[in-house]
Design a protein around this ligand. Structure first.
Ligand code: MRU
Length: 349
């Protein structure tokens, strides 16, 4: 795993035969790594949001498969196959919306199938190499995306983002925040407005932390303030990431993104979505068919150990929403910018 991840943040790292991941549940109050040595433990880390963000989830799952292969390499051949199948299944069940998870598992499976005749130890090494490659590729892709996207931002732009689509959500550099980083590297003066992102507070805790670390000016707002700022002419562009893009260009992203997109449309502010092509799912015709994760009610009724909601209240907690393609000004990918994405343009990409 490269030590140069496009910035100082090493969201995941391979260390002495184990995977280490920054514990994103406790940032920024605490900065600590959690160590993983099995697929099941990694799946737990994904479900529990130790690691989150579509590309980072994909990288973690790839390492989860490699870890399991290393752990089981001395098992009899028939057991090894069964245990590996179990690893694929447990990781696939960790979170439903980010398609990068399934993309990474498919890639790991293809690599595994191509070397199935080799001894288990060689298979394990090949799977670890593949996980390292998925990781390194993610940083390269984010950098390419950053360059394409930076050209869309004017010097002095005030850019609203939602959730965290930064280095913490990827192997490094980030998707939406990667575009902002690349624009800053190109000499543009960009300031960020971070929506706090109820209920898990990825904006307040993670995006704000990443930007402060790097000295990129950032202003935190609660999610219900974006309309006011737009109406006062204080936002020049919106950039978000995504967990899955349907074949028609509909985009699933963190809950609250749709609300921001509608407001941006109302105020004629460009609404950009930055994503690697691995996030585009051509097998899903439209956004309504994207599986949307529902998370625990405790995320809404309070935060960590503190509860503020009335006992007995019923709760909804969909973790993502879908923004129709018609509200997306452009998709920023590593292969270039797709303006007004639709089925034909995505198929061509
Ligand atoms: O629930 P999360 O924190 O995993 O949701 C993350 C997002 O919604 C991101 O915007 C998306 O995964 C893109 S990350 C580059």
């Amino acid at each position: 795993m490269s030590s140069s991840q496009g910035n100082g943040v090493q969201t995941l790292r391979w260390c002495n035969g184990q995977l280490e991941m920054i514990d994103q549940r406790v940032l920024p109050a605490e900065f600590r790594y959690v160590r993983y040595d099995s697929a099941e433990a990694v799946a737990h880390g994904i479900r529990d949001m130790v690691v989150r963000g579509a590309p980072a989830i994909g990288c973690a799952a790839a390492y989860g498969i490699a870890l399991e292969a290393l752990r089981q390499q001395d098992a009899p051949a028939s057991d090894f196959t069964v245990l590996m199948e179990r690893a694929f299944a447990v990781l696939a069940a960790s979170r439903p919306t980010a398609v990068n998870l399934f993309w990474a598992l498919r890639r790991m499976r293809m690599r595994w199938q191509s070397i199935a005749a080799q001894p288990a130890a060689s298979q394990a090494q090949a799977l670890l190499d593949e996980a390292h490659e998925i990781f390194a590729e993610d940083i390269r892709v984010n950098r390419a995306m950053g360059e394409h996207g930076a050209a869309l931002l004017a010097d002095g732009a005030r850019v609203l983002t939602h959730c965290n689509a930064g280095a913490l959500a990827t192997a490094g550099h980030g998707t939406a925040l990667g575009v902002i980083r690349s624009a800053v590297e190109a000499g543009k003066r960009i300031s960020v407005v971070a929506g706090e992102t109820r209920p898990f507070l990825q904006g307040a805790r993670l995006t704000a932390w990443e930007m402060v670390q790097e000295g990129i000016p950032v202003t935190l707002i609660t999610d219900n303030m974006s309309g006011f700022l737009m109406s006062r002419g204080e936002i020049d562009a919106v950039i978000v990431g995504t967990d899955r893009v349907a074949a028609n260009g509909d985009v699933a992203n963190k809950i609250g993104t749709y609300m921001v997109a509608v407001l941006a449309h109302r105020h004629r502010i460009p609404f950009y979505v930055a994503c690697p092509t691995s996030t585009i799912d051509m097998s899903i015709a439209e956004g309504a068919a994207i599986p949307i994760e529902e998370r625990a009610s405790e995320e809404v009724t309070g935060f960590r150990d503190y509860r503020w909601a009335a006992d007995g209240v019923s709760v909804r907690n969909p973790a993502f929403d879908v923004t129709p393609a018609e509200l997306v000004t452009a998709l920023i990918t590593e292969r270039g910018v797709v303006h007004q994405p639709n089925r034909e343009r995505l198929a061509r990409l």
